[in-house]
Structures are given as structure tokens and as C-alpha cells.
Design a protein around this ligand. Structure first.
Ligand SMILES: [Zn+2]
Ligand SMILES: [Zn+2]
Length: 351
């Protein structure tokens, strides 16, 4: 019943600009176009909760918490949210029932007014999940199972539920998959989804291409398959993972695949809390601890390659129509390097 009241308030506040849940109200789609004009921003905080997941999204005065880390992270997450000025959570999401995602949601459910709660399942046999249900009820809410392909607004950002596409035995694959679009930028949250569910998203033709990917299952090799990454092609990837964890996350294989996809990788075990801010066109990052992200291989291969002809001593752009035979080629990383070797630029492609 209270749930209905919350939705009613949300609708009312849209019409009358009243307070309460949905104070700011979902934006009308046409407002999105002003986003890239620099009018606002979408902030995504990948909170360092060790070997667990928790992300806070802020946009246009609204907030969404996706997972809350382990039970022990409850108070850490609450104080982090308080420091960000959060007074109410418009959306609280449990991606799946594992403790390292749902455990720390009890604290925020206790500390803040929450308007809507999402979870892929309505029951799960663990104390962490039962507590999550209990505190959701204390808010006068019940957790909702959002349907794939539904969407809603977080400020002027559009959130779309991509998955799960069907029922799974394996809890990680039940993870809610959310895509958040803000202007020309997009963020993908996949919980602990593994290859099977990744393949189902692709089979259903979901729009997966994203600027920033929260890497599935803490960088486990059971997730982030090549075909999936090739669809997402994230410019940036964030791995929420605990230092020295016993699972060996993130796996070397996943780091290598991300590197092949050209993604710049931010790891919470190395950099602490990672914050991404999108102005609708570009995404910039700040990290709690000093350090650089791991660059993707795209950086290197993205540099222009110059191809010299061993016989004519002329060098070309790799796009030139007059490239020499394979056996007569020599490669240079820069124009300067080619010239230093005594090669002269092709008059056709003008490298
Ligand atoms: Zn899990
Ligand atoms: Zn997990």
C-alpha cells in the first residue's frame, strides 16, 4: 500500500512539484538533449567495499544505489552516502542475492528514505537477503522484480533494465543488468552475470555498447567473455575487487581481454573508490588513492603506424593505396622515426 503511495507521490510531485519521494521527479525525455550542453552531470561512485560491489549514482538531484557490499560494509556505505549529501534514495537495487551485493544494503535501507527497491528475486535463503527484505518492509515497500526492456529516469539519465532475459539456476546469472544513458555516454552494470547470461543478452540483440563497464563478477574469468566485450567495447572498465582476495580476482585472462578491447581499467583494490563524472559527452575519473589506470592496448595500436618501403625508402600512412609488398615493408611508430632512418614521405598519402 505504502508502495502505491510512494508512486502516487512521485506522480503528484511531477504535476505539482511537491516534496516526498521522487522530489525532483523523472525527467521528460526531451530534457535529455540539454544534458550535453553541460547543464548537469551524472556521477557514478564505485565505492571501495573490498571484495564486493557497491555503486552510487547521482543525477539531477536523484540518487540510485546499486548493491551495498557485504554486511560489514553497511555503515561504510551509509557514511559515504551521507558525505555525498544523500538524504533519500530514489532507487535501491540489489543486483542478486549474494551477500557481497545485498549484505550492505540493510544499512542504507535503515538510514535513508527509499522510494523504490529492485531485486531479481523475491526470496533467497540467507540471513543477508532476509534482512534486506525485512528492512525493505520497514520502509513500507516490497522489492520489485523489474522486467527486461523497461526503463525509468534518474534525473536526466535514462536507466534501462537489460537483464536477466530469463530464469537461471545459477545465482550470479540472475543479476539485474542495468544500462544508464546520459547524453552520448553510457554506463553498464552487470552485477556478477556470467557468460551464459552474457550470451543471452547478445542473442536478444540488447544494446550493449557502453562508455564505462562495471566488469562482471569482480573480474572473474567466468564473466567478460570476448564476444560480450566486443559488443560493449568499453572505453573504460571498473573492477570492484578486494586486495589480496582468495578468489584470484581479477583474473589475468580478463585483464588481458579488457586490454585487447582497448579499455582503460580502474581497480578499486589499487585505487580505492573510483568516481566517474559524465557531462553527457565525456567521462572523467577521479580516484581515492593516487595511481594511474591500466591502459588498454587500443592506446598503442591507435597510434598511427607508418609503413616504409625497404626498396624505395619512401614511407606511407597505413591507409595509403600505394603500400609496398609485405616482404618489402618496415614499420615505424612515428614520422620522426621514419625520417631519422632516412625515409622520405610519400607524395600521395602525405604522412
Ligand atoms: Zn555473486
Ligand atoms: Zn559478487
Amino acid at each position: 500500500m505504502k508502495e502505491r503511495i510512494c508512486s502516487l507521490l512521485l506522480a503528484l510531485s511531477l504535476l505539482l512539484s511537491l516534496g516526498g519521494c521522487g522530489e525532483v521527479g523523472p525527467a521528460r525525455p526531451e530534457e535529455q538533449e540539454t544534458v550535453s550542453g553541460g547543464a548537469g552531470a551524472l556521477e557514478v561512485h564505485y565505492i571501495d567495499v573490498g571484495q564486493a560491489d557497491s555503486a552510487l549514482l547521482l543525477c539531477g538531484g536523484q540518487s540510485m544505489l546499486i548493491d551495498g557490499g557485504n554486511v560489514d560494509d553497511s555503515s561504510l556505505v551509509v557514511s559515504y552516502l551521507e558525505r555525498q549529501g544523500v538524504e533519500q534514495l530514489d532507487y535501491l537495487v540489489c543486483t542478486h542475492a549474494h551477500e557481497d551485493h545485498v549484505g550492505g544494503l540493510s544499512g542504507p535501507l535503515n538510514a535513508f528514505t527509499v522510494c523504490q527497491v529492485f531485486s531479481p528475486v523475491s526470496d533467497y535463503d540467507s540471513k543477508a537477503f532476509q534482512d534486506f527484505l525485512k528492512y525493505t518492509q520497514t520502509q513500507g515497500l516490497s522489492s520489485e522484480q523489474p522486467q527486461p526492456d523497461t526503463s525509468f529516469f534518474l534525473g536526466t539519465a535514462q536507466v534501462t533494465v537489460l537483464g536477466p532475459r530469463r530464469d537461471y539456476e545459477q545465482t550470479n546469472n540472475t543479476s539485474l543488468v542495468l544500462r544508464v544513458d546520459y547524453g552520448e555516454t553510457s554506463f553498464l552494470f552487470t552485477g556478477d552475470m556470467e557468460r551464459e547470461a552474457e550470451a543471452d543478452l547478445m542473442a536478444d540483440g540488447c544494446a550493449l555498447s557502453a562508455t564505462v563497464l562495471k566488469v562482471g563478477h569482480h573480474g572473474s574469468d567466468t564473466s567478460s567473455s570476448y564476444p560480450f566485450l566486443w559488443e560493449v567495447m568499453p572505453r573504460y572498465a571498473v573492477i570492484s575487487v578486494g586486495e589480496g582476495n582468495s578468489y584470484g580476482h581479477p583474473s589475468e585472462a580478463v585483464l588481458s581481454r579488457l586490454s585487447d578491447a582497448g579499455s582503460e581499467v580502474y581497480r578499486t583494490d589499487l585505487l580505492g573508490t573510483v568516481t566517474a563524472v559524465s557531462d553527457g559527452v565525456q567521462v572523467s575519473f577521479t580516484t581515492q588513492r593516487a595511481g594511474a589506470p591500466i591502459p588498454g592496448r587500443r592506446e598503442e595500436s591507435g597510434r598511427e603506424t607508418y609503413i616504409g618501403n625497404l626498396r624505395s625508402q619512401v614511407f606511407h600512412l597505413d591507409t595509403c593505396s600505394g603500400l609496398p609488398d609485405e616482404r618489402n615493408r618496415v614499420y615505424f611508430d612515428s614520422r620522426e622515426e621514419a625520417e631519422a632512418e632516412g625515409y622520405r614521405p610519400c607524395g600521395n598519402c602525405k604522412p
